[in-house]
Write a protein that binds this ligand. Structure first.
Ligand code: AR6
Length: 174
């Protein structure tokens, strides 16, 4: 059955969350990186990377395309799964909003397939990939609100004051 998930905003570190699934702002190599990706692999341990390598050796030989999502174990995180998704790099010349929206939609679709009821998201693309925070927050909130899902709680985990403020404004505006 799908109902509207409740949207929860928290400030903090996504690797501290107790949820069914933690979403990773990954890159298409699936082999780790900085930001959220680095924190998840550091804290979650080598089991996550081992599954990512297996995915690369199989179905995702060319990498995970931008806007798509795939799940692995959550290793030592206080969660059952990590859902890896690849956000678009911000571009001044090209509107990549649909790709960013797709990350949220596809992650929720994978969460539904897994049976996850609580999902923690970071502000995808707003760090190393350079997406302006206000616009990233608007896309995140509008997309989650308009996606059919059985997920009961979507928790946005915001790393700093600016991110928290942008998401709070986006919730009020939606
Ligand atoms: N918990 C919650 N949010 C965080 C954390 C954390 N531990 N660490 C950073 N943030 P980013 P992207 C915030 O750079 O922009 C990696 O190298 C951060 O302040 O993690 O999608 C990947 O491998 C920002 O607001 O992801 C890719 O190559 C948001 O999370 C690339 O970075 C996203 O920042 C992906 O870049």
């Amino acid at each position: 059955m799908s109902t509207e998930p409740s949207l929860v905003l928290v400030s903090g570190d996504i690797t501290d969350q107790h949820v069914d699934a933690v979403v990773n702002a990954a890159n298409s190599s699936l082999l780790g990186g900085g930001g959220v990706d680095g924190a998840i692999h550091r804290r979650g341990g080598p089991e996550i990377l081992a599954e990512c390598r297996a995915l690369k050796a199989g179905h995702y030989g060319k990498g995970l395309p931008t806007g798509k999502a795939v799940a692995t174990t959550a290793g030592r995180l206080d969660a059952r799964w990590v859902i890896h998704t690849v956000g678009p790099v911000w571009s001044r010349d090209e509107d990549r909003s649909e790709s960013l929206a797709s990350c949220y939609r596809e992650s929720l679709r994978v969460a539904d397939e897994l049976g996850a009821r609580t999902v923690a998201f970071p502000a995808i693309s707003t760090g190393i990939y350079g997406w302006p925070m206000d616009d990233g927050a608007r896309i995140a909130i509008e997309t989650v609100r308009s996606t059919e899902t059985s997920v009961e709680e979507v928790r946005f985990v915001l790393f700093d004051e600016e991110a928290y403020r942008a998401f709070a404004l986006a919730v009020r505006a939606s």
